[in-house]
Design a protein around this ligand. Structure first.
Ligand SMILES: Cc1cc2nc3c(=O)[nH]c(=O)nc-3n(C[C@H](O)[C@H](O)[C@H](O)COP(=O)(O)OP(=O)(O)OC[C@H]3O[C@@H](n4cnc5c(N)ncnc54)[C@H](O)[C@@H]3O)c2cc1C
Length: 388
């Protein structure tokens, strides 16, 4: 550890790790990474399950999708990848439905045998006859997929995931998250050219990014990491935490919601056979389950007697009895209230006016993905290198 560094990076998630790696290796700068938790990885952290031997993503499964060759070529320098096309099912009344909604989902849900044109006509009529709360997430949803499909597949899921009814939430990126398809495509992100998983998990990838001898990492740093970063940096600070921390929360603190993933072993016969299943009904307390043994990088024994399943729910929901005492991991997300969106926009608009401070990562763009976060991190380093 040194007294000072060229750059201090706040946060050892994927965004902070990419910036640290590039500034160290292509810029030749000395870097200190300050991380609030006890290990690197952020939302992409994994742990080893001692019973089944698999490595599992503690906050739930993630897949890498990208159309950006620069991003993919860059990441491939830090480990091997396995191809993986993500497919998700929604479970309602013991029936599985393809999500995002496709033609098969529509016919199965409505008991129809529409072709693509008939299904489009149904959705169009349903949109036109729907009552909508203006300017909200509900409006974005209902004007995209109609009231019937929204009530069946989206409202309960989002209410449980975001802790409030979409009728009072902001409309962030609904169409990107919940597209509707009038064919039988069942891949989660069919358009992305590259779809894959790191062979040894995302957190191993992040450890490789941070392995440069020009990078020091300090864990368990306190809440005042921005002040520490300013004190220890000679050239600049890169921040991947909550953006209000850069301004002492002068326009009020940003609000965060909190979800929890509880992990439990079950017999394979008793659980889902998909890596990810969603639960759009209001009765099931969790909104999503994860079975990482079905991911191609898990190296799970197909004959294992037990399988590990993660149950993802709001931290405010009552934990069902069958999960009490199970290991549980909490993550925070930017709350989607209309006021929080406005406040977030105020803070993000001010960041570009700061000298020597660069903000990036998921706290800057709500609903980002890993590929986009890496792309923005690479662009940020180019910007920094041109300005110093
Ligand atoms: C439920 C869910 C599912 C997702 N699924 C996918 C998916 O399948 N595919 C995909 O591409 N993307 C997915 N994403 C998005 C993806 O996980 C994130 O975009 C990405 O991991 C964010 O990386 P980051 O580095 O910006 O943030 P983080 O991973 O949150 O890392 C930030 C790090 O900074 C640290 N930190 C924060 N504040 C401070 C501070 N003040 N001082 C010191 N350290 C601090 C944190 O502890 C953390 O380690 C999903 C996100 C969620 C929430």
């Amino acid at each position: 550890m040194f007294e000072s560094y060229d750059f201090v990076v706040i946060g050892a998630g994927i965004a902070g790790a990419v910036v640290a790696e590039r500034l160290a290796q292509s810029g030749g700068f000395s870097i200190l990474v300050l991380e609030a938790s006890c290990s690197a990885g952020g939302l992409l952290r994994s742990d080893r399950d001692h019973l089944t031997g698999i490595k599992y993503p503690i906050y739930g499964s993630r897949a890498l999708y990208s159309d950006d060759e620069t991003v993919i070529k860059y990441l491939m320098n830090f480990g091997s990848f396995v191809p993986y096309e993500h497919r998700v099912r929604a479970r309602i009344n013991d029936r599985n439905f393809v999500v995002p909604i496709n033609l098969e989902t529509i016919n199965q849900a409505l008991g129809t045998s529409f072709d693509a044109e008939e299904a489009k006509a149904f959705v169009k009529d349903d949109i036109e006859s729907s009552a909508i709360t203006q300017g909200t997430l509900e409006e974005a949803a209902v004007t995209s997929i109609g009231r019937s499909l929204y009530e069946m597949f989206v409202r309960g899921f989002l209410t449980k995931q975001l802790g409030a009814d979409p009728a009072i939430l902001s409309d962030d990126a609904f169409n990107a998250r919940f597209p509707i398809r009038f064919d039988n495509e069942d891949r989660f992100v069919p358009a992305a050219k590259w779809q894959m998983l790191p062979k040894n998990g995302f957190d191993d990838l992040i450890d490789q990014l941070l392995a440069s001898s020009r990078i020091d990492v300090r864990f368990d740093v306190g809440a005042d990491s921005f002040a520490t970063a300013k004190r220890l940096s000679r050239i600049g600070v890169v921040h991947s935490g909550s953006v209000d921390a850069l301004f002492n929360q002068q326009f009020g603190p940003l609000e965060y919601g909190e979800n929890i993933v509880c992990w439990k072993h079950s017999k394979p016969a008793d659980v889902q056979h998909f890596p990810v299943v969603t639960y759009p009904d209001f009765e099931t307390p969790y909104f999503r389950t994860h079975a990482p043994a079905y991911l191609p990088n898990s190296m799970a024994d197909p004959k294992a007697e037990k399988i590990l399943v993660g149950y993802e729910m709001s931290a405010n929901a009552a934990i069902p009895d069958f999960l009490s005492g199970c290991p549980a991991y909490r993550y925070r997300y930017l709350a989607k209230s209309l006021e929080n969106k406005r406040r977030h926009a105020v803070y993000t608009s001010l960041v570009s006016e700061m000298s020597g401070v660069y903000a990036l990562g998921r706290h800057m763009i709500p609903s980002p993905n890993i590929g986009a976060s890496v792309g923005i991190a690479l662009e940020t380093v180019e910007r920094i290198r041109h300005s110093v």
